[in-house]
Design a binder for this molecule. Structure first.
Ligand code: ADP
Ligand code: MG
Length: 594
């Protein structure tokens, strides 16, 4: 086909299966009808036995030999074409909606069909139906589908949908088959996308001195991820490329430290999104790493230790601008979802040497469904940490205005126990679009009623200082969603999220993860105007980030305002990443064996 390329572009199609998966949205049934049902569209064979003009309209009567009946048609939009078409004695296949008009059959504005006996697909895409049908006829056939690696059932199902022989083909097909083809197509596209490079060197440092010195036992999941990382780092032929995903508080820092230990005596570099987080990681490194390892901290305008000689360099993105940053064989990025793709790659590339690359580990606190992880693992190795070292005891409730007095009591209770409270507002300043109080409108209330109230928000230049001071001296922190970044506030036991229904579940989960970090009994209050919100209800019933990632997919079309936390480019028509783990597994295997 000549214009196929342009059409593919218009349809955003890049593979044959993309095209085959564009199944018709409906069909035009041109099979001759055997029986008549009023109000339904029918196709009849008929002969014109009377034509008359009535007030500019055309009335045509047909004799239907099959039914031994007469049918009358009114043509309201009459063109010369119609007058020529429906001449007395001419025979037609007519199609249209049949109605009962005073006891006789009526079909207004009938179409005269050239061919009958088919189900003609209607695709409803952005290209013309006729072009769409030509594309399908040109590319989607038994041979091409088998060549893609599909089996007989899959080929028959797809062909049945594009070239149906009867209604059974289009009504009785198995949706699971389409799910599979969709998964298979996706995995096929990812295949071969992964690019591996030789490592700068194999890293085989002793882990024991680190694990022995820890004040606690590593969890099973921490151990198994550390083992996976160990296997990665041992490899000289292939630089590690791994994403470790674990809920807030799942203990990813231990994996980071273990990796640095295994890299020793070679150097590791870790980049964190904020200076507060960098400092925290630095402090943890100092207290948990074996004493023979030296650690340095690099931030804008402030350093600790000597980064030129340290075994483990921790920093903010300020390290990207250090021209004398020494070589490292292991590069890590914490809270990787807070960096842009380019920023993450810069550090890796800074350390590259000819075709060799450093081992590269990334850490993320944005859980994704297992199925999605399985897909992503075509591009990058993925490790999941699904449990937390502490059983977090957080009670989540959906509250409304009437519950406010009770909420105030709970807040007072917590503060009396030297615990801290966090209140999240949707906006800094008043806005007509949001039916909730803003940070600035509410702060007076809290400051009058309580001592040690701190306030910060996203654009606040002193944000990190405020958080730092609050950690030591504060009772109540009023903030916008800035505190999402993983700073540790161990005494935080109560969080109120104002206008919770406006936030995505992933964000709510991150926010809730701020409280009860060390296992203290904690509370999360979702303040909303709509107590019946199903999304918030489901959220309040689970603590697992991986469950919540699934929920997020389920509620994706719920009309709630989401905040774009769902990864794009992972949208499927049939496949449900929350449920179809098995299908993805089978598809992945089939692709691997192609
Ligand atoms: P995150 O995955 O959010 O980065 P962290 O690494 O900050 O989580 O860990 C959260 C807390 O749990 C820290 O205080 C850390 O010291 C503690 N922790 C980590 N692993 C364990 C463990 N195996 N047993 C007990 N506490 C642990
Ligand atoms: Mg962390």
């Amino acid at each position: 086909m000549k214009e196929a390329k342009a059409l593919f572009q218009k349809l955003k199609i890049i593979s044959l299966l993309d095209l085959a998966l564009l199944i018709p949205s409906s069909y035009n049934n041109t099979m001759l009808s055997n029986s008549i049902e009023m109000g339904k569209t029918h196709t009849f064979e008929g002969k014109v036995d009377e034509v008359s003009n009535i007030n500019g309209k055309l009335r045509v009567s047909f004799w239907l030999p099959h039914f031994n009946a007469r049918l009358t048609s009114m043509l309201f939009r009459v063109t010369p074409y119609h007058r020529q078409l429906f001449t007395l004695g001419s025979e037609h296949y007519i199609q249209g909606k049949v109605e009962d008009y005073k006891g006789s059959l009526q079909m207004n504005q009938p179409k005269s069909l050239k061919r009958i006996g088919q189900l003609i697909p209607k695709y409803g895409t952005t290209v013309k139906e006729s072009s769409m049908r030509s594309l399908i006829e040109c590319y989607v056939n038994e041979q091409s589908l088998y060549a893609e690696g599909l089996n007989e059932l899959e080929v028959r199902t797809l062909l049945g949908l594009h070239y149906p022989q009867n209604m059974k083909d289009v009504e009785g097909y198995d949706k699971e088959v389409l799910k599979f083809v969709e998964a298979f197509n996706h995995m096929k596209k990812l295949k071969g996308k992964r690019e591996d490079f030789p490592a700068l060197e194999a890293l085989t440092g002793e882990l024991m001195p680190f694990t022995k010195g820890l004040p606690f036992q590593l969890t099973k999941e921490q151990q198994s991820v550390i083992y996976e990382v160990q296997q990665d780092l041992k490899e000289a032929k292939k630089a590690a490329k791994r994403l470790v995903i674990g809920d807030v508080g799942s203990g990813k820092t231990m994996v980071i430290l273990a990796a640095a230990v295994m890299a020793y005596p070679s150097r590791s570099i870790l980049m964190a999104p904020t200076s507060l987080l960098a400092i925290q990681l630095y402090e943890e490194a100092i207290s948990h790493l074996p004493s023979y390892m030296s650690v340095a901290l690099v931030m804008q305008g402030k350093n600790e230790g000597d980064y030129l000689t340290a075994d483990f360099v921790i920093g903010t993105h300020a390290i990207l601008y250090k021209e004398d940053l020494p070589r490292a064989s292991l590069v890590m990025v914490d809270e990787q979802h807070r960096f842009g793709t380019k920023q993450r790659a810069v550090l890796e590339n800074m350390m590259a040497e000819e075709e060799k690359k450093p081992h590269f580990l990334q850490f993320s606190a944005t859980p994704i469904p297992r199925t999605q992880a399985m897909m992503q693992s075509e591009l990058i190795d993925v490790s999941l940490i699904t449990s937390t070292p502490f059983e977090k005891d957080i009670t989540t409730s959906v509250i409304v205005k009437e519950d406010f007095p009770e909420l105030l009591e709970s807040i007072k209770d917590e503060i009396a126990q030297k615990h801290q409270v966090l209140i999240i507002y949707p906006l800094v300043e008043e806005s007509k679009e949001i039916p909730y109080q803003s940070l600035e409108e509410s702060r007076g209330f809290w400051e009058k009623k309580f001592d040690n109230v701190y306030v910060t928000h996203g654009k606040d230049k002193k944000k990190e200082e405020v958080l730092h001071e609050f950690r030591e001296k504060g009772d109540i922190l009023l903030a916008t969603t800035v505190v999402e970044v993983g700073i540790s506030l161990p005494r935080l036991t109560l969080i109120v999220i104002v206008g919770a229904e406006r936030l995505g579940l992933a964000t709510l989960h991150q926010l809730r993860g701020r409280v009860g970090r060390l296992g203290l009994k904690s509370w999360c209050y979702l303040f909303t105007k709509n107590k019946k919100n199903e999304r918030l209800k489901s959220f309040s019933q689970t603590m697992s980030g991986f469950e919540i990632a699934k929920l997020d997919l389920q509620f994706r079309n719920s009309g709630d305002i989401l905040d774009g936390t769902i990864q794009s480019g992972m949208q499927f028509k049939w496949l449900n990443l929350g449920e179809d783990e098995h299908i993805v597994k089978v598809a992945k295997n089939r692709v691997a064996n192609l």
